[in-house]
Design a protein around this ligand. Sequence first.
Ligand code: ADP
Length: 590
Amino acid sequence: MPAMSELLLVVQLAIELAFSALAIRTIVSWMRQPDRRHGHLGLALASLAILILLAPALGGTGPVAQSLTDLAIVLFLVSGYGLLMFRDSFVPLGTWARRLITAGIVAIGLAGIALQLPSNPESPHTPLQTLDFVAIVGVWAFCILEPIVTFWLAARGRPAVEMARLRSISIGYAGLIFVVVFGTIAGSLNGAVSLAVDVIGLLIVPVLYFAFFPPVWLRRIWRQPEEEQFRSALHDLLLYSSNRVELAEKALVWAERLVGGDAAFILDDGGSVLASRGITTAEAKQLAIKGQILGPSLDGRAPRRQGSSVIVPLDLQQGRGAMVIRSERLTPIFGDEELSRLSQYATSLAAGLDRVTLSSKIAALERAKTDFLNVASHELRGPMTVIKGYLTMLEAGALGDLAPKARSVLPLLISKSDEVNWMIEQMIEASRLEEGRLALKRHRADIVELTDSAIDGVRMLLTGHDLKVDMPVESIEADVDPDRFQIVVRNLLSNAAKYSASGTDITVDVRRDDGKALVSVHDEGIGISTEDQSSLFTRFGRIDTNQHVQGTGLGLWLSREIARMHEGDLTVESRAGLGSTFTFSVPLRH
Ligand code: ADP
């Protein structure tokens, strides 16, 4: 059947071409990354490819045929050696085991050449030749079978990418056995079976390709199981880490899993080790100094390989940092895809680290503000008490008579000192609230009476306005802290006076409604636009246009907090230019 033999030839040619392409790919990748691991793989696949090309020329007799056979023996053993050493670069053999096997391979090879092994296994052999032949096949089989098992077992419990990578290499080794075994037996079978065997051989070559050089899409599939987990971890990492060390430590776990790696560390700007994993801080520090990781070569944003490490620059706000992942034995060979993911990851990480720096700075500032509020208010209170005391005494005539001119300014002085005292009181209460020390002393009280005495407390401030009070004769009872309740009402009243023109009405309305006691303070002042209303109740929140009026911006914030601590509320209804109504509510006593 000529058609069959032609087909056979075509398939064999295809195998030769495909295998040669694989060998060339291996050598190219070795040239790109000239390390031991790539070198051994290149050695193994190139010698197998030459062997496959050589195969049709084997089997003759004479000196040329004999030297071809010798070459074939050498190539065969070299391929086995290369594959075993490739395995050794992932999972190291002991030094002695390595030496022993190497010596064994050399000895068996030399013996094969010395014994002039015939290239056709079916031709008659001397017993020694048979022994060496078996040894050659045996040692080669060992070089392949042992790694298949080792890779498979080493993959257990590893992160997804590493596991898939190791298993795929294991499958690749098995594929090589098939190609060689089928290739050898195919020639001795009849046409149709031989063709089928060759086709299987041809189909295995792409499997080898994927196994040794997994394409990006395949690596993506490998990563898939962890992808979701990764995303949520990244989210948690960036949002919920309260300090930089914690964030850096968590980040390392994922950086390692992302590309595989047995040790990793993060260098802060300035070179201190922020976190390390798999090695001690001291070792990391040493590596950083020895490798000059933060040196001038760390420019740009792209990750870079340095020996067995990958260095990823971190663009931090204060300067350059770096994440270093050391890849050892079991680590899959890094691909560009992994590196670009790593650099994306580094960008998020740098943003996260900066966020933590920033928020701890803000927290420190807030603390400083509270401390200042606390200190300032307490320091001011003493002198103000003295001033107010003497002013009152002067007014009462306890310190002798005053000239009429001097006496005429006293009410103003007293009212100003009341204002200052009122501000100090607000500041003290605000700092108590911030520090969680504002504890209510609630007991049964009459809201009507409390509102009345709150009005009395600020009457001086209201003198320019026309105050209208609408309250019931009967009492409205609620469980409140009387002092704090009055602080709120006084605050609303003093705001009403501050933010409305003198001569206009201020109306206070006390009533009960739907289980609540309500106190409303209405003014006909400047009002508050809807967009400004949201910032009213924030700490230090003041409306820009009102900056000329004295105030701390603490009053409404404090008042609303006090109202809510009473399970009540403080709300506003207002329109710019049309006055405001603030309503303070607390639950009625049952
Ligand atoms: P401040 O000490 O500045 O008065 P508050 O917390 O009491 O602080 O009030 C916050 C801001 O709300 C004020 O600065 C002012 O702009 C605005 N505001 C408060 N009450 C009124 C009101 N009755 N009319 C108009 N604006 C007001």
